[in-house]
Design a protein around this ligand. Structure first.
Ligand code: CTP
Ligand code: MG
Length: 270
């Protein structure tokens, strides 16, 4: 069957992924902007973009880089990605919300599905990206990948420098939301055009803005591997995950080599 470039699971809609990568990473401690810190000698942003390009249906990636580092990020991605990768780099803004808005303005015209993915989630599995795309292609206005909350969650009140518990929240209906979040392009554009009331920090996710404008947000299963690198402890987890993937890849290569040797033996026997 002939396929349009973005063909995926019965849709001919192209999907662009916006990658806000302009944050400083203050909670990670002093150093380069978070997206440019290295995990296994490769900047987090490069891992994230490779993870996205590995998903079926992704036909464009627009990175919002730290405003004073656009040329450097362009050079980095050019050096680290295959030639002709459909990746664009624009200057990000003062808040995540602003970075997403700037990236959205650079999406090529023929893209009707737009995902937003944090550069700080470098190891999102392709199946999560594909599930989000599929749910938008199925007709959802907005989609978030999410996991059940594992901790008991309590609401607190602060008084005289101490906190006391107000109540225990029913966690069975709570979800921890990840990225990529997916949208019909027009829905995301409207949410950003109409967004207000999020204060100086801006919205921390895009689906929240769609909720504000009355849209329905569909939930699909997330993945532990899509965790966000936020604090120094997360770097340990990221490096451990990289090591496990490297071991698995080495094992797969060894199995393949064994398989090749076996089939040669069979040939010889014949
Ligand atoms: N982000 C962005 N532009 C900003 C702020 C954040 O593009 N002005 C991006 C970050 O680069 C990150 C994503 O939004 O990929 C999620 O934000 P977060 O985890 O909070 O990253 P930082 O803002 O960099 O970290 P911190 O809040 O600890 O400073
Ligand atoms: Mg932040």
């Amino acid at each position: 069957m002939a396929s349009a470039p973005g063909w995926f699971e019965g849709t001919s809609l192209n999907t662009a992924v916006l990658v806000p990568a302009a944050g400083r990473g203050e909670r990670l401690g002093p150093g380069a902007p978070k997206a440019l810190r290295e995990l296994g000698d490769i900047p987090m942003l490069v891992h994230a973009v490779r993870s996205l390009l590995a998903a079926r249906g992704v036909t464009a990636v627009v990175v919002a880089a730290p405003p004073d580092g656009v040329a450097g990020v362009r050079d980095l991605l050019r050096a680290q990605l295959p030639a002709e990768s459909p990746v664009w780099v624009v200057a990000g803004g003062a808040t995540r919300q602003e970075s997403v808005r700037f990236a959205l303005a650079a999406v090529p015209a023929d893209h009707d599905i737009v995902l937003v993915h944090d550069a700080a989630r470098p190891f999102v599995p392709a199946h999560v990206v594909e599930a989000v795309i599929a749910a938008v292609a199925d007709g959802a206005d907005a989609v978030v990948p999410a996991l059940p909350v594992v901790d008991t969650v309590k609401e607190v009140a602060a008084a005289n420098g101490a906190e006391t518990v107000v109540r225990t929240v029913d966690r069975s209906l709570l979800r921890a939301v990840q990225t990529p979040q997916g949208f019909r392009r027009a829905v995301l554009a409207r949410a950003h055009a109409e967004a207000d009331g999020f204060g100086a920090e801006g919205a921390t996710d895009d689906a929240g803005m769609v909720e504000r404008t009355g849209g329905t947000v569909v939930v699909v299963p997330g993945s532990e591997e899509a965790f966000k690198v936020t604090r120094p402890f997360d770097l340990l987890l990221a490096r451990a995950l990289l090591e496990r993937r490297a071991e698995r890849a080495a094992q797969a290569r060894a199995d393949e080599a064994d398989g090749a040797a076996e089939s040669t033996e069979i040939d010889v026997v014949r």
